[in-house]
Design a protein around this ligand. Structure first.
Ligand SMILES: CCCCCCC/C=C/C(=O)SCCNC(=O)CCNC(=O)[C@H](O)C(C)(C)COP(=O)(O)OP(=O)(O)OC[C@H]1O[C@@H](n2cnc3c(N)ncnc32)[C@H](O)[C@@H]1OP(=O)(O)O
Ligand SMILES: Cc1cc2nc3c(=O)[nH]c(=O)nc-3n(C[C@H](O)[C@H](O)[C@H](O)COP(=O)(O)OP(=O)(O)OC[C@H]3O[C@@H](n4cnc5c(N)ncnc54)[C@H](O)[C@@H]3O)c2cc1C
Length: 632
């Protein structure tokens, strides 16, 4: 499943990367530990001639609990995508050698989603051949960018470009924030950390106020547009190319989601295999909770999602690489497709894993509420994915906007993109392929059902929008009245994409892997498809992709699938090949000794380092001895 990290032993031999000790760290300690880790991994990379891929896998093995995540995942990729060749030659070597430490400063206190309304300005001053950057009011200050608070020496600041009295929209500017001598903020720069978060507290997400900060004209990252010395604005590519960094990060978030749900399902399944509780026969032996149908119903979706997201990430990485190669050659033909696809899939993947991680946590009973189980921490660490790189609702709407354009082309008899080719089909010629119970065991039949449901959802909201417009509603009212249906259509398309990638990937694997493995993966793919229909049965019925009889058959087959997966469940999570130190969970260790590891973790609890707590001497001793308490 995951490219086995051949350097795992080197990494986890060092106490710095053994995660047990992180509990009880203060924010400053977490922050320092994260920086220390990234720099140590960098040293290991040099000492052992690791590739960049080894470096990236090491970061993933540590669940991104390292420093400079934005420097590595956004600042450097933004330079690669937004800078000219000369600017890359200047800034990339500095960034790659950590001589400058960067962030991607786009979101403001008052705006994150609506980029057109960003308030930070960069005003061209022809007299000095500079841009003057300012955050004009409280709501304008940059707010949230990772590493901005205490680390970044430089930021790529997204600001409205002003020349004369004309606004040319959001453009990227390289701004130095701190001295490279003493790390103090430069004149005009007010910067700091925005405070503790629900999770990811090793990251110093920060705020930035710019008070008339001057930068040279060549600091505007000018791959897609530039300003000449005499103040002319020249656009050399679509201004949406300046959004390119976000597309890449949305792809990375799909893999981040895959990594977290693998951790969660591994913990839940391994623990459920060792936990014995109650029995179905009076006086009988206690059962492995993994044998309860309800336990399987709760946690096998996370197992199936792990594999589904793995296959979708692999497919989307290939799609992205093709699109990106063309875009970097100036051909933006695939820009709309890759943006529409990754907006929707980033939202769907992060929604899916945050839901299933909570199911994994609940399936661990009381111990799922202990930090030592880590499944709760994993959920906290994953929660931001539904917001970062675009709030999920807004991302679904971007995907829906793309789908509306595609169905309009299909209905006009024009070519459509490959991911939406199903929209060319005649929706009325559909017949449900499941005409008897055993047809439910055919993933390709299920794929047809997913396709019809998605097609129907998109066609239905397109018709409703058209009706509203023809009834006299203006564009924005018509849109706002159909936002829920638009999101639903985007979700239907994304769920189809996951199912299609799963079916096609297993079909390709069958040609090379053993029949045993093929049969296990087919079973998991079938289960993923059946469960997806059951959980959204209302929409599948509404679209007439299935009827009540088919739903009855599908529900029965889903429950049978649980029993079929059970014998392979532990092997399927072991196949993730995740080191105990990556999973970090007392409940999910490879050796299965959950109780021993829980007790070891409790013994490491800082409060247990003394038998008598300090509070005894302050409050309890007099209380217990019946002596009057001093005034508190
Ligand atoms: C390892 C992983 C590490 C993860 C770390 C994560 C740390 C977090 C970082 C951040 O959060 S960075 C900040 C992220 N912020 C956002 O994502 C902002 C979300 N908002 C937007 O993207 C845009 O405001 C919008 C919602 C897309 C609206 O765009 P706009 O205001 O321009 O209007 P529209 O009319 O909707 O779009 C116009 C046009 O542009 C196309 N388009 C929009 N976005 C993109 C894109 N990213 N790439 C390519 N094209 C894009 C859109 O399809 C429209 O095209 P046409 O229909 O006009 O052809
Ligand atoms: C952990 C973390 C790290 C981050 N790191 C960075 C970073 O490094 N750099 C950076 O620039 N930013 C960063 N961000 C900011 C992030 O990109 C924004 O928070 C995100 O884009 C959401 O925007 P917002 O906060 O304005 O939410 P809002 O858009 O204000 O969302 C509030 C509600 O309004 C709804 N809404 C908004 N617009 C619409 C619409 N058009 N239609 C329907 N509903 C709508 C949303 O669905 C949501 O329910 C980070 C955020 C977090 C949490």
């Amino acid at each position: 499943m995951q490219k086995t990290f051949k350097n795992e032993k080197i990494l986890f031999a060092e106490p710095l990367f053994q995660c047990d000790g992180l509990a009880g760290f203060t924010r400053s300690e977490l922050y320092e530990n994260a920086i220390h880790r990234t720099l140590r991994i960098n040293q290991l990379k040099k000492e052992h001639n690791w590739t960049q891929e080894d470096f990236d896998i090491a970061i993933r093995c540590l669940n991104y609990e390292v420093g400079f995540v934005i420097h590595l995942s956004m600042f450097i990729p933004a330079i690669e995508r937004l800078a000219t060749d000369d600017q890359k030659a200047k800034w990339l070597p500095l960034a790659e050698s950590y001589r400058i430490l960067g962030t991607y400063a786009q979101t403001e206190l008052g705006h994150g989603t609506n980029l057109m309304a960003l308030e930070t300005t960069a005003t061209f001053d022809p007299r000095t051949d500079e841009f003057v950057l300012r955050t004009p009011q409280l709501s304008s200050m940059k707010w949230w960018p990772g590493s901005l608070g205490k680390t970044a020496t430089h930021a790529i600041v997204l600001a409205q470009l002003i020349i004369g009295n004309k606004n040319y929209g959001m453009n990227p500017f390289m701004v130095q924030l701190r001295s490279l001598e003493d790390h103090m903020p430069l004149p005009g720069i007010i910067v700091g950390d925005i405070g503790a978060k629900l999770g990811a507290n090793s990251n110093d997400n920060g705020f930035l106020i710019l008070n008339d900060v001057r930068i040279p004209r060549e600091n505007m990252l000018a791959r897609n547009s530039k300003v000449t010395k005499d103040g002319r604005y020249i656009q050399t590519s679509t201004n949406k190319a300046n959004y390119a960094t976000m597309v890449l990060v949305r792809l990375s978030i799909i893999r981040w989601a895959e990594d977290t749900i693998k951790n969660g399902s591994l913990i839940a399944i391994r623990y459920s295999a060792v936990r014995r509780q109650s029995s179905l026969q009076a006086g009988g032996p206690e059962m492995q909770v993994l044998d309860y149908q309800t336990q399987q119903y709760k946690i096998f979706p996370s197992l199936a999602a792990s594999y589904a997201l793995f296959f979708t990430y692999e497919a989307m990485m290939k799609e992205y690489e093709i699109a990106y190669a063309q875009i970097m050659r100036g051909n933006n033909q695939l820009l709309g497709q890759i943006h529409g696809q990754l907006s929707g899939l980033k939202a769907f993947a992060s929604d899916l894993v945050t839901y299933e991680l909570e199911m994994c946590r609940r399936s661990c009973g009381g111990h799922g509420y202990l930090k030592a189980s880590v499944v709760g921490e994993t959920l906290l660490h994953t929660l931001p994915l539904v917001t970062v790189e675009g709030d999920n609702t807004v991302m679904y709407l971007q995907c829906a906007r793309y789908l509306l354009k595609q169905i309009a082309k299909a209905l006009a008899g024009q070519d459509v993109d490959e991911p939406t080719s199903y929209l060319k089909k005649d929706i009325l010629s559909y017949t449900c392929p499941v005409q008897k119970g055993e047809h439910c065991t055919n993933p390709n039949y299920l794929l047809k059902i997913y396709t019809q449901r998605a097609h129907s959802a998109i066609a239905s909201v397109a018709r409703q929008l058209q009706f509203d417009l023809e009834s006299g509603k203006d564009q924005s009212s018509a849109f706002n009245n159909n936002l829920v249906s638009l999101v639903q259509a985007a979700k239907a398309h994304c769920q189809l994409c996951l199912m299609k990638n799963f079916v096609e990937s297993v079909s390709a694997l069958e040609r090379t892997c053993s029949e045993n493995l093929a049969s296990v993966l087919r079973q998991l793919c079938l289960y993923f498809g059946l469960h997806g229909i059951v959980t959204a049965s209302g929409e599948f019925l509404e679209s007439e992709a299935i009827g009540l009889q088919q739903l009855e058959w599908i529900k029965a087959e889903e429950l049978k699938s649980l029993a079929a997966i059970r014998p392979n469940a532990v092997a399927l999570v072991d196949a993730f090949d995740l080191h105990d130190q990556t999973v970090m969970s007392a409940l999910g260790r490879y050796d299965g000794n959950a109780y021993q590891h829980l007790f070891e973790a409790a013994k490491r609890e800082p409060m247990n380092q003394t038998q008598v707590p300090p509070a005894y001497y302050k409050y309890l001793r007099d209380l217990i001895k019946g002596q009057p308490l001093a005034k508190l």
